[in-house]
Design a protein around this ligand. Sequence first.
Ligand SMILES: Nc1ncnc2c1ncn2[C@@H]1O[C@H](COP(=O)(O)OP(=O)(O)OP(=O)(O)O)[C@@H](O)[C@H]1O
Ligand SMILES: [Mg+2]
Length: 406
Amino acid sequence: MTDLDPSRTKGRTVSGVDIVLEDVVKKYPGQAEAAVDNVSMHIPAGEIVVFVGPSGCGKTTTMRMINRLIEPTSGKITIGGIDALSINPDKLRRGIGYSIQQAGLFPHLTIAKNVGTVLGLIGWNKKKIAERTDEMLDLVGLEPGLYRDRYPRQLSGGQQQRVGVARALAADPPVLLMDEPFGAVDPITRGLLQDELMRLQSDLGKTIVFVTHDFNEAVKLGDRIAVLGNQSHIMQYDSPEAILANPANDMVAGFVGADASLKQLTLTRVRDVELLECPTAYSDGSIEELRAEIARRKVKWGLILDVRDRPIRWVSHNHLTNATSLRDVGNPIGASVSTQSTLQDALEALLAESSASTVVTGRRNEYRGLITIDTLVNHLSAMREEHSSTEEAGNGGVARAGGASS
Ligand SMILES: Nc1ncnc2c1ncn2[C@@H]1O[C@H](COP(=O)(O)OP(=O)(O)OP(=O)(O)O)[C@@H](O)[C@H]1O
Ligand SMILES: [Mg+2]
């Protein structure tokens, strides 16, 4: 068993339950070798555990044994203390949300029907299903009025993935299995979907098993990462911090990659660093006041906000020189990040705009502050110093590294 550090979930909502795999084996008929060979692991309630590993190593097989879409050859799986092999598989699956690459939606059913299918199976009436479906679409950022009657082909890839997540969450299952759910969308959409999943998870506290090929995605989402080798052998099972700082072997080091120190940026959220303030004004505000504020703070730029405090335009001192109103001056805001985003996302936004700072917005897209390249550089050096001082203190950096399953 893994030694668990309960502090990771302290103070968070937990609605999920523990999942325990003991000596689980899957041998497909006609195959010489087991696809999954004797895997044991404890997936703690309320955490996101990410499986990463090379193609064909058994990630999907391991995951699908948890909801018995694949039957284990031997071994034991318990979910919330209940033996998964003792329950009727259909009943088991109703308590486990499942979402996969390409969203796996039924093409001939509307979005609402796709989201509501499981609810029908568990006996909800039409009215309750309709309400819950709208609530779920809202939750994943799709306006129900616009989307509920469409068909999957009338949605973008990213929107389909959102529907997939809404469907998986509809029956409020304590456990969610996600097999490369964002694998088929572009990197920007993928980043947004990841942010959204983390926002949902901070409210819901499900137990989530998440499969990905992308180590950055694992670092961003995972409370813990299981790096799997051939036949799902666990190479390392630990927090992203510990794996980055101290990979257990060459294979894990290969996954972590050469830019481990840059990946540290993926570990920190924008909300956890100090944001810079910048002069702001509403578009019906005073040019004079904004100009004075820009001068007082000795900066070059200010931000124009709309009535709901959402940033809309950058204005420079020069823009203001000949302007008669704040209504149309300045340049539109390009890429911005949210407080949920990682410092890695912020770096990408800075590079995309080749600007010195990126705007940070909150949950309602309201202005929260700025992040600059200095913020990122200072953060990296602080982490480096922290790390070298723990090493000097003699515990070799991370005490829990290598605490994989037995
Ligand atoms: N139905 C099956 N019958 C026989 N062998 C199978 C079957 N499904 C998977 N396998 C084999 O089991 C091994 C593990 O497959 P699995 O799909 O779990 O890998 P994976 O880690 O999810 O890979 P990927 O990253 O490509 O999705 C592979 O060698 C695969 O060829
Ligand atoms: Mg797979």
